[in-house]
Design a protein around this ligand. Sequence first.
Ligand code: KIV
Length: 272
Amino acid sequence: MSTYTEEKRKVTTQRLLEMKQRGEKISMLTAYDYSMASIIDRAGMDVILVGDSAGNVMAGHTTTLPVTLDQMIWYAQAVRKAVKRALVVVDLPFGSYQGNSKEAVCSAIRIMKETGADAVKMEGGREIRESVERILSAGIPIMGHLGLTPQSINKFGTYAVRAQDKAEADKLLSDAHLLEDLGCFGIVLEKIPAQLGKQVATELAIPLIGIGAGGYVDGQVLVMHDMLGINTAFSPRFLRRYANLYEVIRGAAEHYIQDVKSGDFPNEKESY
Ligand code: KIV
């Protein structure tokens, strides 16, 4: 079953580029804690994203906006300790890089220094150009994020598919070129038409990782809790569920409660 665990070498940004060049798709999934990161790293995941979606699935916020830099560092430290092979990318949270480029580079340096991550991810194109340049000039690899950028949800006012009209599609394409020209090693494309995803992935040399961006891009990313079926309330069209852990965990919890209440647990073998 396990074919992707053969290659034990650490994944680097250079290796992702080589994967794109030879047409090998890139697998990417989020993680926020040691135990889950350890499992998906052993499974052979190429990239593990410590996403600010932690704000939704770990902390219960309705948006990613309340997540702080200290919180991202805490999650990332736990993930980094577990990961031996995957490239670890950490989201710069809302408010840690949009204000000014000096603050942006300080935030990125804290992530790299305090967590041991391999790279940071930032949302936006030309609006954050100065911050991107300054972080890259400090030697920190950046993954961009375009399309439905959740930190801008209040500006969008909706989680609908982005870049459906020509003006927004043109801007996305030119932002993608800009991020590549500045030196980003990859870009996440979220919730955009598949044909636009194809065009960006064809025009750019760096890997494009999609979430709701169709099958023509160079890799796919999902939020762990969504793909494992822990979070059942969220079911956009782009999501494929690979397990139904909500049922598994709830069933186990109900069984345990029953056994405790009935006195069945612990039995003699489980006692000293
Ligand atoms: O925070 C996150 O999990 C993300 C993914 C949706 C790409 O940015």
